[in-house]
Structure formats: C-alpha cells, structure tokens
Design a protein around this ligand. Structure first.
Ligand code: PEP
Ligand code: MN
Length: 354
C-alpha cells in the first residue's frame, strides 16, 4: 500500500452480518502493521475504505440481489468498530437516502447505472438534497459506464460534481476487459480527479487481480477498489474474482513504489508513454483476437468448400477483397501496407483451409 493512495476493499456483497464483520476483521488484521492501525486509532485519512454492496445490480433476477437496507447497519458496525470509512453502491434516490441516513461515508455508482445519464442525474440530485442532513458523506465514486464511452463517463463526473461532494473515477473496464483508451481520455480531460483501478471487475478473475494492480504504479493511478471476501469460493456473487484478505496483503506487498507525483507536468509527461503503451497493448490484444476469430471462420469456409468440391483459392473473391482494400486506404503507403498485410492473412487463411 503506497502512501497517498486510496484502497477500497471488501466483499462484492454484504451477505450476512457475520460475513461482513469477519471480512473486515481479517482485512484490518492483515493490514494492521502496514497501516499502523489500532481499533482506537483510525488509519491515515481515508487510505483504507471498507466496501460492500447491499443492493446488487445482477444480470439475472434468479440470482442473489443483495440483502437491502438492513445490511447498511452491518457497514455502520464496521465503521464504528474499526474506525474506517465505509462505502456502498447506490442506484436509486431511495438508496441514497437510506445510505446517508446510515452514515455511509462513500457512495459508489456502478457501471450499469453509469451508462444511464437520467439515473446519474437523479442520484446527483438526491445527494445534493440530502448531503447536509448527514455530515458523513466524503465522496462519490463513479465507475466507467458498461459501454466504452469516455464522454458519458466525463458527463457523469460533471453531473456529480454539482453536488459539491468530491468525485473519484473508478476504471472497471468493459465486461471483463480493461479499456485503457477510455480511461486515458478521462485522465487527460480531468487530471484533477483521482482515478482508481477496479482489477476485480476488470478481469473477473482472482488470479489476475495482483497482475492488474501493477498498472497502478505504471500509470500513476490513485489506488484501487478490490473485492475481498473471507471465503471467496462461497461468495453469493462474483465468487471467481474475490480474493482473501491474505491475498490482498500479498498483492499490496508486491506493489512497486508510487509513480512520481502526477500533478507535476514533467511527471505526467513521463506517465503518458505508459498510458500510450497500455493502449497499444490493448489494441494488439484485439488484433490477435480478431485474427484468431477470422482463422476460425476461415476453417469453417474450408470445410464447406471441401464438402462442396470447391477449390480453396477463388481468384475472383481474392480480387474483390484487394479492390476493396485499395478503395478504402487513403494514400499509397497505406495501400501498400494494407495489401502486404492482407496477403499474409490470406496466405495463412488458405493454409488453414487445406
Ligand atoms: C461492484 O463493485 O460490486 C459492482 C457491481 O461493480 P460494477 O458496477 O463495476 O459491475
Ligand atoms: Mn462485484
């Protein structure tokens, strides 16, 4: 755990009072030395925040939907026992009211709500109306929308800022994949807003969590939101991606020192290359996935041709594609490159059809 960074840790969902309190007890236990934490003395200002979802936006109605408002009391108990701030997800104005009345310190808006501006606006409005009735609210976390839309994420940040509560962006990727180009755009547009990484939802895989956490130092991010459960295998939601408190401690120990202060122009410039490399790596992944998918379809075409007695190479089809490439590539250099690349792909495609 690196100084100045924020870590929001805890289970995907609050499942029972026992599970919430036991997970918190174990997290505090493994991080005690690192944070020089005692039950009487709180951690340095909000470096560690305990999370648990009480209303879960699940894809299927047949799965666990969360305990509901009753579980807010368990979070309040964690806050009181360990003197750490607590966070939960809100998706409706009623959630905001119940969470604020229960003394929740940080609200987060999930990726599905983040995709709907009317929902975000109504959450911002109710936070605005209620924030002075309870003094605990310290921040609003806004995840990127489920769809890759940097402008929408930025718009959501703006809507929430009008409530006067500090806003923190959380990059959780799209599906189970990071989306560095979207996060980079938001980072460049709003360098003043902290950005956390959510390696749990980004990968959907507990083994990938420590690997993705390397990006925090590499890109100068401001910390992470990580799903931690006392018995991940028995979790009622997101079982595959939750890590144990011991695994959290190990992942934090392995972390590289923080990147230089990104608010200084020269340092931000140094981090820029790492962001661009993350974008390139992501595009390469997509390129390879697309090529692999193309080869698979090509093999199916090969099987069809074989069963219909058609030769693998069809010169008129090849010529048609070449013409299309010539039409769409803008200049000569581009056309030469595109044709050379297509030749390579086509050659391999034919090989796969034999
Ligand atoms: C969560 O953090 O538990 C959650 C539901 O995340 P997301 O909205 O990113 O899917
Ligand atoms: Mn989850």
């Amino acid at each position: 755990m690196v100084s100045g960074q924020i870590y929001i840790v805890g289970p995907c969902a609050a499942e029972s009072r026992e599970q919430v309190l036991e997970t918190a007890r174990q997290i505090i236990g493994v991080l005690r030395d690192r944070l020089r934490l005692t039950e009487q003395r709180p951690a340095a200002p909000d470096r560690l925040i305990f999370r648990a979802g009480v209303w879960k936006p699940r894809t299927s109605p047949d799965t666990f939907q969360g305990i509901g408002a009753e579980a807010l009391e368990w979070l309040a108990e964690v806050k009181e026992t360990y003197h750490i701030p607590v966070a939960t997800e809100v998706a409706t104005a009623e959630h905001v009211e119940a969470a604020l009345r229960a003394g929740i310190d940080y609200l987060w808006i999930g990726a599905r709500s983040s995709a709907t501006p009317i929902v975000v606006q109504s959450l911002a409005d109710s936070i605005c109306d209620l924030r002075f009735e309870t003094s605990d609210l310290k921040g609003i976390l806004i995840k990127n929308p489920v769809n890759k839309d940097a402008a929408l994420w930025l718009g959501n940040i703006e809507r929430l800022e009008k409530s006067g509560v500090p806003v923190i962006a959380v990059h959780r990727g799209c599906g189970h994949e990071p989306c560095w180009s979207m996060a980079h755009q938001v980072r460049l547009a709003r360098p003043d807003i902290p950005m956390l990484l959510d390696p749990s939802h980004m990968s959907g895989d507990a083994a990938q969590v420590p690997v993705l956490m390397e990006k925090i130092a590499e890109l100068g991010l401001d910390g992470a939101m990580i799903e931690v459960h006392n018995h991940p295998a028995e979790a009622l939601s997101d079982a595959k991606q939750q890590i144990t408190p011991e695994e959290l401690s190990a992942a934090l120990t392995e972390q590289r020192p923080a990147s230089p202060d990104r608010t200084k122009t020269a340092n931000a410039d140094r981090l820029e290359l790492n962001w661009l490399r993350a974008e390139i790596d992501e595009l390469d992944e997509h390129l390879w996935d697309t090529i692999a998918a193309r080869m698979e379809v090509s093999q199916r075409i090969g099987a069809w041709k074989k069963s219909h007695g058609v030769a693998p190479l069809q010169p008129e089809r090849y010529q048609m594609i070449v013409e299309k490439i010539k039409d769409r590539s803008a200049d000569r250099t581009q056309t030469d490159f595109a044709l050379r690349l297509y030749d390579l792909i086509h050659e391999e495609s034919l090989r796969q059809q034999i």
